[in-house]
Ligand binder design. Sequence first.
Ligand SMILES: Cc1cc2nc3c(=O)[nH]c(=O)nc-3n(C[C@H](O)[C@H](O)[C@H](O)COP(=O)(O)OP(=O)(O)OC[C@H]3O[C@@H](n4cnc5c(N)ncnc54)[C@H](O)[C@@H]3O)c2cc1C
Length: 417
Amino acid sequence: MKTAVIGFGAAAIGFVERMKNTNHEIHIYEKGKDIYSSSISGIRADGKLFVSKEMGGNIDIELNLQKKIVDYYIEKSGSDEYETGKSFKTENYYNTFYGHGFLPVKADFYHLGTDQLKTVLFNVFEDFKSHKNIHFHFNNEVRNVDIKNDKILINNSDEYDFVMVGVGRSGHKLIKSIIETHPELILNNKKLDLGIRYEVPDHIVADLNKEMYEFKIKYKSRTGYMVRTFCNNPSGFVVRENYGDFVTVNGHAKLKEKSKNTNFAILTTVELTQPFNDPTGFGSYIAKLSNLLAGEDKVILQTYAKFKNSKRSKHLYRVQPTLSSKQYILGDVNLAFPRRIIESIIDFIENLEKVIPGIAADDNLVYAPEIKFYSNVLDNNKFKNLKFGGDCSGLTRSIIYATAHGWMVADEIVNKK
Ligand SMILES: Cc1cc2nc3c(=O)[nH]c(=O)nc-3n(C[C@H](O)[C@H](O)[C@H](O)COP(=O)(O)OP(=O)(O)OC[C@H]3O[C@@H](n4cnc5c(N)ncnc54)[C@H](O)[C@@H]3O)c2cc1C
């Protein structure tokens, strides 16, 4: 069977890994010019791998399969160097957070670190390349996918028996063009996570970092919105993320180079209701407004006290930012974010202070905007030979879930045969 995968990201890796030892002819289209410029963002940026039923996506993925994929990536790093931990393995922390209204999320996690990820990608690629049935087409952005009788047509010219679209979030243009022709594919598009990246001195969260590295908690704030932590980076760095027409903040940690601060995101989940149904438009608008205030390609930085009191920050005190001073402006996030979001975040931090003293200190740092867009949830039962794998399907949000999803899509084909 002649098969194509569009995008060489985590989902594609899972798909190809499951298919590589079959006699299927597999073609991989990737818009990046080589593996290093393919935008497997998480794989390039941080490489935190989670095994959990409670996070990473909205599909059920067996823990065994998740762990198998973690082992696969560790093996491809060619070294045995990684950090690992279990969130809330002891009842002590679990009960304390729970007692203050938080919902602790249980997960096993493994951190390869940004510095090792190039090797992982290189080794995955070298392995796939050595299989005669696998063909890479880099520098090849797919703009069109059409269904023609029993075949799938790519870019109006190449015909396939089966196609998995695995273009992640960065492939939103292609997904948009497909759903314009097939709006019946959309099952749901209402959600958006909007918030800040918070940076504190390591010592404030030292015990927590030592116990579990990544603390994931959810909290129903008094505004009614659900607030959660995301992507904790002990001794990490805050970075700017470029979306093309706006910039946001993010964070990462390296295995070797360390800072003196821990950063994590505090995100509020906004679920829009009728008649409004454009969460991406809503998030982009707020990001652009933040950038406008900060000056083009900069983000806003504010101390927590000023954030809480809605005053512009003019000075920093004890906590020094890990983001380069060329990439932020001291300002007031309140001018860009809706009040309900700000109130949800403040309520979250003030409540967290009861569990982690010092987390609400006046001079801790607030960076904005941090935004997580959710893709439309697409219906994978609509067409038998055109499937969506990984984040672009709206079903996954992590390296492990996206890889497993690609693997499962391929497994279905292999088993059918
Ligand atoms: C900065 C950042 C850090 C992250 N850190 C983590 C982390 O530590 N742990 C974690 O679990 N998750 C992390 N994530 C999320 C994780 O990266 C994704 O969930 C995962 O990579 C999704 O896999 P995917 O295959 O669906 O898409 P991707 O991995 O994004 O791959 C999509 C591929 O498709 C290509 N493409 C796009 N459009 C086209 C087109 N039209 N034609 C051809 N090719 C195309 C892209 O170039 C890309 O290579 C992070 C995300 C970001 C942005």
